[in-house]
Design a protein around this ligand. Structure first.
Ligand code: HEC
Length: 477
């Protein structure tokens, strides 16, 4: 009898919330999760570059065995690494238990709550600000652009272009069909610098032209321009379309931010998760491209006369350029790109130069396997800055407004996995200071100065996907 009571008491104790919460979601498996999975699936399993592991949605089946299979085999074409060579069966089993615990914790605790500063005011070296929500969308918000009439265009990655006026959003109908799989979908949007005269708006997206590789659907980054008339996308012209033989089955690394400069259009395309093509001048992958803004190819491009080269290449050896901006005073072209684990880069892009991927990098494989010990090589450029750990770099912008005078001409860089905005001070083409001004408010995908001088940021959450446009509003110090 005595024994029964003891067992019962112990059972009660084990099931008590205090004991339960101190045990579940912790332990060495959590460390394995943090080390190997969190960079793509979020610190708590909420999702990031990889899907949410706590939303109860299991694309490959919800049974323990089906989940174990995905972890073992991965989904290489969509960026999920196979783990069978790295993790033991016991560890994989532990991870399944951990993911199920995380789901429970997310439902029963404030595990995913955002950390708001005291009084809702963010304090930084030069300016304090509030974060004000402008509007929400129901998928990933990819890009923000302002038109001269102070209305705004937003891309929602799943394939919607929004035109926003006075905080009210209207869908622009008739945009091209996008392949919204993996990291693909509707990507960048930007008006032509002479938009007032010509009305051109540029879009980049992952395009499916029916190309197949080994029977599987393939896609590639494409650029078109068109006009918005009476709420409709019209007069579309192809600006940069890649022939089917260069399309790939991989679902990531589409790159694609636009920079206009004096009749030229710059944009990047990532290595499409195939690494080596970034060094191959005959393919468009892993490059920064330069074309005229009407799509023609400038004859003075650095590889225009190189036999078999892809003539639009301006620079190469880029893994996945997802941030690009021109310094408003110097005209220097700055780019951020996703490295592998631990090698996100800030580069100063110059004509004809090789930025080294995949030969040199500061990162390693996501599964912890080394990639290379080579961080330098003759004939290859060093990043001006690299992030270790990676922040998952996305949109960047130089601040030119009046609302935050202490930040004039600083570069603002977004980080998705780190949920950060960093203020970067550049002097003589070198980074001299970095301050994180926003943290833990969502995955920051894009940043743009508004005509009101305020700073607009696209904040996303995964599981389920949703996006919200916010702005930083100054508050007296
Ligand atoms: C380099 C990024 C990356 C890393 C690291 C990574 N994953 Fe993934 N994972 C993904 C992506 C991307 C997907 C989504 C694939 C798709 O959409 O089909 C995914 C999918 C999954 C799925 C399937 C989800 C579903 O809906 O069925 C599971 C389970 C999973 N990952 C577990 C893990 C675990 C456990 C780890 C760590 C050991 C891990 N992943 C590490 C990128 C990653």
């Amino acid at each position: 009898m005595k024994q029964t009571i003891t067992a019962l008491t112990l059972a009660t104790f084990l099931c008590s919330p205090i004991f339960g919460q101190s045990r579940i979601g912790t332990g060495s498996i959590k460390e394995i999760y943090t080390q190997y999975c969190a960079s793509c699936h979020g610190a708590n399993g909420e999702g990031g570059q990889g899907s949410s592991l706590i939303d109860g949605i299991w694309k490959y089946g919800s049974s323990d065995e089906e989940i174990a299979k995905v972890i073992r085999e991965g989904v290489p074409e969509l960026g999920m690494v196979p783990w069978k060579g790295t993790l033991s069966e016991e560890q994989i089993r532990g991870l399944i238990i951990f993911m199920r615990e995380q789901k429970y914790l997310a439902e029963t605790t404030d595990l995913l709550a955002k950390v708001m500063p005291k009084d809702g005011i963010f304090t930084t070296e030069y300016h304090n600000f509030r974060l004000e929500k402008v509007l929400e969308v129901d998928d990933i918000l990819w890009s923000i652009a302002f038109l001269p009439d102070e209305s705004m265009l937003l891309t929602q990655r799943s394939g919607t272009l929004w035109h926003v006026r006075d905080g009210v959003k209207k869908e622009v109908k008739g945009i091209p069909e996008v392949r919204a799989v993996g990291q693909g979908g509707l990507l960048d949007v930007a008006p032509h610098p002479d938009y007032k005269k010509n009305g051109w708006i540029y879009l980049s997206f992952s395009q499916d032209v029916g190309a197949k590789v080994d029977g599987k659907e393939a896609s590639m980054t494409a650029v078109v321009r068109g006009k918005i008339k009476k709420g409709k996308w019209v007069e579309q012209e192809d600006i940069f379309i890649v022939p089917p033989e260069f399309h790939t089955t991989k679902g990531g690394h589409y790159g694609s931010r636009f920079v206009f400069d004096d009749g030229y259009l710059f944009f990047g395309i990532g290595d499409r998760q195939e690494s080596d093509p970034a060094q191959d001048l005959t393919v468009p992958h892993g490059k920064v491209h330069r074309i005229y803004d009407d799509g023609r190819i400038p004859k003075d491009n650095p590889f225009y006369n190189t036999p078999n080269a892809y003539k639009t290449i301006w620079a190469y050896g880029n893994r996945n350029p997802q941030g690009m901006a021109m310094h408003p005073l110097t005209g220097d072209l700055w780019e951020t790109e996703h490295g592998p684990r631990g090698g996100d880069e800030l580069n100063l892009i110059q004509e004809g130069l090789n930025y080294g991927w995949p030969v040199i990098t500061y990162g390693m494989n996501y599964n912890g396997d080394p990639w290379t010990d080579k961080t330098h090589m003759d004939g290859m450029e060093q990043p001006v800055h690299y992030w270790l750990p990676s922040i998952a770099t996305a949109g960047i912008d130089f601040y030119e407004g009046d609302s935050f005078p202490g930040w004039s001409y600083n570069l603002f860089a977004t980080g998705m996995s780190a949920e950060e905005v960093q203020r970067i001070v550049i002097q003589n083409k070198k980074v001299v200071h970095i301050e994180t001004i926003l943290k833990n408010q969502g995955r920051v995908r894009d940043i743009e100065t508004g005509p009101d001088g305020l700073i607009y940021v696209a904040l996303n959450t995964r599981g389920p996907n949703s996006g919200a446009l916010h702005r930083l509003v100054p508050v007296e110090k």
